[in-house]
Ligand binder design. Structure first.
Ligand SMILES: C[C@](O)(CO)[C@H](O)COP(=O)(O)OP(=O)(O)OC[C@H]1O[C@@H](n2ccc(N)nc2=O)[C@H](O)[C@@H]1O
Ligand SMILES: Nc1ncnc2c1ncn2[C@@H]1O[C@H](COP(=O)(O)OP(=O)(O)OP(=O)(O)O)[C@@H](O)[C@H]1O
Length: 313
């Protein structure tokens, strides 16, 4: 590398799914208390940071990704992450160019923006040799968004608070998921608002405090795929279906295609199909494509959280 060439660091960050997403009554700050189990899956964004005089973001991505939906200005969560790290360390005018290569669908309920924020924190920490302690990185991540701390951790983890308090859980399985993407994204705040509306319109307005099903934790610890299929769940399913009734067809197709279970990913609209093995995933994949679902990928899980791919040193 020549002296003039600016140094860069590339970090890879995974998408997340929620094996269980239990949602409690809305808090005074507008957030909902969660009891969730996150799992990192093998769909990735790559973030490359390079020293620069001002903040900027450049977007590229795999052909199926709709980059037009991602802001390329200061509102991009990756720039927010960079600025927060600079402020935390009192680095004044320090800035970087952030290149994001997206493999995670946008507004799909797979926490792609959160992955980029976590990747940016780790990439800049390495570029500038800041050696930020893990607990401080997790705290900064939580300030950027509820899903960001999990992106740092990866693997399989329980999430509480508004989802930002994360703790690894035992997972001995090698799981296979089919990720069925949708043409149109779904707004996370809109889905939570529909959850509140449903609680009042269908229920009496009271919402129980959620707990993670013990059977789910046992299935993960034992690597028991039938046990996992029987215990996954997502309290945002009905609200998402209220906003997007067409998703019901994906659930019907998943059942007919032989998936062990179909699960809404986070706030949707992505739908996840649990399969018994890689071979089973390929069979179900073919069935889903035959039924007209064009953007379907088979991915293993769990995978690591954010990790450095290339470093300047
Ligand atoms: C649906 C999930 O992906 C499941 O993990 C998350 O709960 C959403 O996490 P996120 O996208 O990182 O969300 P944030 O950026 O923290 O919040 C965006 C908006 O989602 C809603 N929100 C989010 C998290 C939460 N526990 N309760 C909420 O009501 C709020 O309207 C909030 O203004
Ligand atoms: N780096 C980024 N990548 C994707 N979206 C971003 C980014 N920065 C800001 N955004 C905005 O955030 C919105 C949500 O994007 P994201 O892909 O994170 O959704 P999501 O997967 O549904 O999130 P979650 O599951 O965490 O709620 C997008 O519609 C976009 O306007």
């Amino acid at each position: 590398m020549s002296q003039q060439e600016a140094r860069s660091v590339t970090v890879r960050a995974p998408a997340k799914i929620n094996l269980f997403l239990g949602v409690g009554p809305v808090r005074p700050d507008g957030y909902h208390p969660l009891a969730t189990v996150y799992q990192a899956i093998a769909l990735y964004d790559d973030v490359t940071v390079t020293d620069d005089e001002r903040w900027s973001v450049q977007l590229t991505g795999e052909s199926r990704i709709d980059l037009a939906e991602v802001p390329a200005d200061d509102t991009n969560i990756a720039i927010r992450a960079g600025r927060l790290l600079v402020e935390h360390h009192g680095l004044g005018e320090r800035a970087a160019r952030i290149e994001i290569h997206k493999g995670i669908p946008v507004a799909g309920g797979l926490a792609g923006g959160s992955a980029d924020a976590a990747a940016t924190l780790v990439a800049l920490d390495r570029l500038w040799d800041l050696q930020t302690p893990d607990d401080e990185l997790l705290e900064l991540a939580g300030r950027l968004g509820s899903d960001v701390p999990f992106a740092l951790l990866g693997g399989t983890a329980a999430g509480t608070g508004r989802g930002e308090l994360v703790e690894p859980v035992a997972d001995t399985g090698s799981w296979w998921w089919l990720v069925v993407e949708n043409d149109e994204g779904l707004s996370t705040p809109a889905v939570y608002a529909a959850f509140d509306r449903l609680a009042h319109e269908i229920g009496d307005g009271t919402v129980a405090d959620p707990i993670i099903p013990p059977a789910l934790l046992a299935a993960l610890a034992e690597g028991d795929v039938a046990g996992l299929a029987a215990s996954v769940g997502n309290h945002l399913t009905d609200p998402a279906l209220l906003l997007r009734p067409d998703l019901a067809h994906t659930f019907e197709d998943a059942e007919a295609a032989g998936a062990l279970v179909a699960l809404l990913s986070g706030s949707g609209p992505t739908v996840l199909l649990l399969c018994e093995s890689m071979a089973h995933a390929h069979i179900v994949h073919r069935e889903m494509v035959d039924k007209g679902h064009t953007r379907v990928s088979a991915v293993p899980a769990p995978v690591s959280g954010v990790h450095v791919v290339t470093s300047p040193w």
